[in-house]
Design a protein around this ligand. Structure first.
Ligand SMILES: *[C@@H]1O[C@H](CO)[C@@H](O)[C@H](O)[C@H]1NC(C)=O
Ligand SMILES: *[C@@H]1O[C@H](CO)[C@@H](O)[C@H](O)[C@H]1NC(C)=O
Ligand SMILES: *[C@@H]1O[C@H](CO)[C@@H](O)[C@H](O)[C@H]1NC(C)=O
Length: 430
């Protein structure tokens, strides 16, 4: 009886419902309309609230004082610029790291070298010893080797955490630098430091070179939804990144940008990132801890979501990189046959090179005027070359530059980038 009753009940309940099929869609669309209306109203409110904050009351809050640092009137400083370099490598890289260092060395600049945890301690000590025993480095005191070596995972957050640590050391150790450039041991310059510093003297000191595009469409789902874990954050041995089974929703409080992991960033932007008086750089640092290929997104997303900086982001990394065709995933190793294209590109640096590839000797000879084991010379080298002497063994005035053909190439590239890639286009969706 009971069973039948249940059946009967079920049937009688079901029939009238199926007659009114419109009810469900009706309420669903009502709910959507109400939600949209509310969202529009709230959106308007928060918009006007933000505008009020900007126009009238921002002076009551501490952040506006701190941000004054960023709105300094355009460089009154006329002194020649200085660059801070991070050159990093791994096991077996110390010799080519030294070669890259000699090729980009200039007494005005600052250098920090990092060998990751895969390199044995002996290699790190050898590198530190060779820096210590160089008479120029000893006198100028502008080359440092990081004692703390980090476990660095390719595509993981430990990679850019290491970059941030190097920047923090450079900020603390030297007040005198204007731009930060990160290189790896497989990068090499295509212009002399005299060329680079000469061209950069003519540049507004708030320009950042950071190749970027907004992440949109299917790429957004593919990039932003997966959650990765970098074991390098908590294990002492190197393991590959792994994906969790959970996925997260797309960010709505900031827009995602991506681009080259090779950057030329201004001191003021990096102070903003490291000191963190605004919470955005810190929030994004935590967000990117679980993001795949975070070195290709962290600085890009910070700079393009910050009003004070987005107009300063010029979309180029000043590197010549040739990609495998297709799938365009990995940079190919450059050789003699790429020399012409490298020079034509006007870029300041190229990557990547195999250890002691003959094209490096060609670059040394034809572009840098560097002989083996020595610095790429500049106007600061005033020694004598008699009897094969090293002209850089005697240092002259380091704010005098002697630009060569490299300066012309780089000047042409930079001029096109800074003028053509005009401000409204920076950080805009493409
Ligand atoms: C800096 O340079 C290294 C090369 O060693 C690169 O792999 C890394 O991703 C770069 N960028 C950042 C943001 O750390
Ligand atoms: C500086 O830039 C201006 C205009 O962009 C250019 O005409 C001039 O030649 C540049 N000077 C140097 C030293 O590069
Ligand atoms: C170095 O050269 C710069 C630019 O030519 C000049 O202003 C400065 O006085 C020189 N410094 C010394 C110590 O000679």
């Amino acid at each position: 009886m009971r069973r039948n009753g249940y059946h009967h009940h079920f049937h009688s309940g079901h029939r009238p419902f199926s007659d009114r099929r419109w009810i469900l869609p009706f309420f669903a669309s009502l709910l959507v309309s109400v939600t949209l209306l509310l969202a529009a109203l709230l959106g308007n409110f928060s918009y006007s609230y933000e505008r009020d904050l900007d126009e009238d009351s921002s002076e009551y809050f501490v952040e506006s004082d701190l941000n004054e640092v960023l709105r300094k009137p355009e460089d009154l400083k006329l002194e020649a610029p200085r660059i801070a370099y991070l050159i990093s490598g791994t096991k077996g890289d110390s010799q080519r790291l030294r070669r890259t260092l000699q090729a980009v060395y200039h007494p005005r600049n600052q250098y920090i070298l990092h060998l990751d945890l895969e390199a044995p301690p002996r290699e790190r000590i050898e590198l530190a010893t060779s820096v210590k025993s160089d008479p120029t480095f000893r006198e100028v005191e502008n080359v440092r080797v990081m004692a703390q070596s980090n476990l660095v995972t390719y595509k993981g957050p430990t990679m850019f955490a290491c970059t941030l640590q190097a920047v923090a050391i450079l900020l603390k150790e030297s007040v005198e630098w204007d731009w930060f450039i990160n290189l790896s041991a497989s990068d090499y310059p295509l212009v002399t430091q005299d060329d680079l510093l000469y061209v950069f003297s003519n540049l507004s000191r708030n320009i950042n070179f950071i190749e970027h595009t907004q992440v949109l469409g299917w790429k957004l789902n593919q990039r932003a939804k997966p959650i990765i874990i970098d074991p390098g954050l908590y294990l002492s041995k190197k393991y590959d990144i792994f994906w969790t089974s959970q996925r997260r929703s797309l960010p709505t409080s900031f827009k995602l940008f991506t681009g080259s992991a090779w950057v030329v960033l201004t001191r003021s932007f990096l102070e903003y990132c490291i000191w963190g008086w605004d919470n955005l750089p810190r929030t994004l640092l935590m967000y990117y801890a679980n993001f795949i290929s975070s070195p290709e997104g962290y600085f890009h997303t910070v700079i393009c979501n910050t009003d004070e900086f987005k107009s300063t982001a010029v979309s180029h990394d000043l590197h010549y990189i040739a990609w495998d065709s297709p799938p365009k995933q990995h940079p190919i190793s450059l050789s003699i046959k790429d020399f012409k294209n490298m020079v034509k590109s006007g870029a300041a640096f190229a990557r990547k090179f195999a250890k002691n590839d003959p094209v490096l000797d060609k670059i040394d000879k034809e572009l840098l005027g560097r002989s083996e084991g020595r610095f790429a010379p500049g106007a600061w080298c005033i020694g004598s070359s008699d009897n094969g002497g090293d002209i850089c063994s005697l240092r002259g005035n380091d704010s005098v530059f002697q630009p060569g053909p490299g300066a012309e190439r780089l000047q042409d590239l930079v001029q096109v980038l800074v003028l053509k890639d005009n401000q409204p286009k920076r950080c805009a969706a493409q």
